[in-house]
Design a protein around this ligand. Structure first.
Ligand SMILES: C[S@@+](CC[C@H](N)C(=O)[O-])C[C@H]1O[C@@H](n2cnc3c(N)ncnc32)[C@H](O)[C@@H]1O
Length: 208
């Protein structure tokens, strides 16, 4: 694959899958494509997200961010979300593009990642997103819907949030996690495969 091919990827392949469910998905794809190209170049220096080509980014990260919205549409039908540990914007930035009617607060303590996110948000003209440079432990007000991918081990996430009321947590988890912590909780697990043999993923909804 040449350098040019690495950047250009026909993201319209994604139209077929998501356009039935997400309004204006074709417009969303234009923004996500620009995001993927910026992240591809940024990643060469900072290695924030694991992918080698833009195509791989779509299969491993864009698809992974969006598939749970088809599995649990009710959860994603809310006015405000907090995405904990957004890093370079996964899943929070992708979701903010695809769900423009909701407010997305991206929580990320690392300054360089915050600057990267804010630059992109400005360039893409995304109006429904705020980046907060804070740690979860220091946040006083948390909206009822929370998303997070690969930020903390499950046990730590629950121990930080356990005293909050009326919270639903949507977690993208690694292959293995300590499920004993879920024993007394109201939760649902979803398993799915990524396209092109990029592996399987687990998504968990927990009501606290
Ligand atoms: C492994 S990265 C995952 C980033 C992104 N969610 C993804 O899936 O690509 C974890 C992120 O959580 C952030 N983080 C670490 N400790 C945190 C804390 N106490 N509160 C909020 N975010 C935190 C890190 O700075 C990092 O960007």
């Amino acid at each position: 694959m040449t350098k040019k091919d690495e950047i250009l990827f026909d993201s319209r392949k994604f139209d077929l899958l998501f356009m039935k469910y997400l309004p204006n998905f074709t417009e969303c794809l234009d923004k996500i494509s620009i995001y993927s190209e910026k992240l591809f170049l940024y990643n060469k220096r900072h290695s924030l997200v694991s992918f080698n080509t833009v195509e791989e980014f779509f299969f491993k990260h864009v698809y992974d961010s969006l598939l749970p919205t088809l599995l649990c549409p009710t959860f994603f039908n809310a006015k405000e979300f907090l995405d904990i540990g957004s890093g370079a914007g996964i899943p929070g930035l992708i979701l903010s593009i695809c769900f423009p009617e909701s407010l997305w607060v991206l929580l990320e303590p690392k300054y360089k990642r915050v600057v990267f996110l804010e630059g992109l948000i400005l360039e893409l003209g995304i109006k429904n997103v705020i980046v907060l440079q804070e740690r979860l432990e220091d946040i006083r007000e948390i909206p009822e819907k929370v998303t997070s991918r690969a930020t903390f081990p499950l046990k730590k996430m629950i121990s930080i949030l356990k005293d909050r009321r009326n919270l639903t947590l949507a977690l993208w988890l690694g292959k293995s996690f300590d499920s004993s912590v879920l024993n007394k909780l109201d939760y649902e697990t979803f398993n799915y495969a990524l396209p092109e043999k990029f592996g399987t993923r687990k998504f968990l909804l927990i009501k606290l």
